[in-house]
Design a binder for this molecule. Sequence first.
Ligand code: NAD
Length: 477
Amino acid sequence: GPAPESAKEAQDWLAENAPFGLYINGKMTAPGDTFASKNPANGEELAQITQATADEVDAAVTAARKAQGKWAGLPGHKRAQYLYALARLMQKHSRLFSVLETLDNGKPIRESRDVDIPLVARHFYYHAGMAQLQDAELPDREALGVCGQIIPWNFPLLMLAWKVAPAIAMGNTVVLKPAEYTSLTALLFAQICEEAGLPKGVVNIVTGDGRVGEAITSHEQIDKIAFTGSTEVGRLIRRATAGTGKSLTLELGGKSPYIVFDDADIDSAVEGLVDAIWFNQGQVCCAGSRLLVQEGIADRFYTKLKARMAKLRVGDPMDKCIDVGAIVDPVQLQTVTTLVEAGKHQGEVYHAPCELPANGCYYPPTLITGMSPAATLMQEEIFGPVLVATTFRTPSEAVEVANNTRYGLAATVWTENVNLALDIAPKLVAGVVWVNGTNMFDAAAGFGGVRESGFGREGGWEGLMAYTKPKGDAKAL
Ligand code: NAD
């Protein structure tokens, strides 16, 4: 059932702190022009959030610039102490973080509590270790400088961690913009920076919509832009930064294949899909959103899958028994609805039978079978709880259909035949391939895409190096 006592803690925090200003140079500014952040589960307003002005973005960049030399000049083991402190404080406040994330985003409280927030803390612990390592192992690398970081709404705090932890570990300072739908956990993070005694200016948080993102991307005093979001905005940012000497990493959309061979452990492959496409309501860049099943088992597989879908519990994300919560915002819900309406004739539609709560942004778990690989719903990222499916005959046909996409973020393969898995994995055009499992993440493992899914890696060694440059390297124009 619901967890009213923890909801009260979050309501008290909001009452005490809203309306929110920006976190610049170690201080919260007075709120400016504000907009409402709403709870997608019931449409209620949670807080007023400031739309930062270009001058405020400039003040944040100036603060970050001023703090950077001294921050980078600290020995790695000293910087590490701050990251350890941040990690510990995030664990200490994990309940408040989890509830705020769920209220703001609509994701099930079980996911915020058991997946997002623990991963966030792990990310800071891992990069604290990396900061320590820097003294001995990376004497010839140095920080890039000031990093502008722009993140989406699907994993608000986790995307913050993926960006902030490696950046500050390596001696950079940051100006981060959360997505306009989901600013709350970033604002709580600002308080955690205070509590950890992080030197002022090392982390700055500016809220607002794409205009704030544009002010960041076009700012001359920023050395690197790290962006996660849509392919469309990624393209704009690539254009805006071209020829400026800024480093750039882009984590964009996906339409990842989930391939099931006829010798697979079918029950596990069905259960894996609960994670692959219904976790976070399918609003996951690497969601296994395209199901490819080998012909001989297709009927049996679909029958089992529909039975499993019928058991998914859809509803109030604050209820700790819920599997599928609310879509982040009415606009996003409309996008999903429109895409499915326009393409539903392309296959056979199955909506999981469930009673959707009134007033919230809910969409039923959906499966559309019998798709042609070229159909729009097989090609377009839906970014919702909608799985589209087709069948294949041979392994080479599976590879061909899997790679028939403009994206290349992730892929999943299910087979009991290790030789087949080893043969298929390298042929799939994807930044990561999971075998007999899905959505596996670790701070030590690089993550990122190819083709229109972007470029560069986050996490792991590659992700860490992307926040450094060789010592003495001139800014290349
Ligand atoms: P988006 O790309 O519009 O927004 C992502 C971030 O970029 C937000 O913080 C936004 O304010 C900012 N932004 C918007 N316009 C900008 C601009 N011109 N310059 C700089 N920053 C700008 O994505 P969204 O609206 O949050 O979601 C739309 C689609 O993006 C989704 O349907 C999905 O396809 C994709 N998406 C992908 C991921 C991912 O992890 N790869 C995550 C979220 C969304």
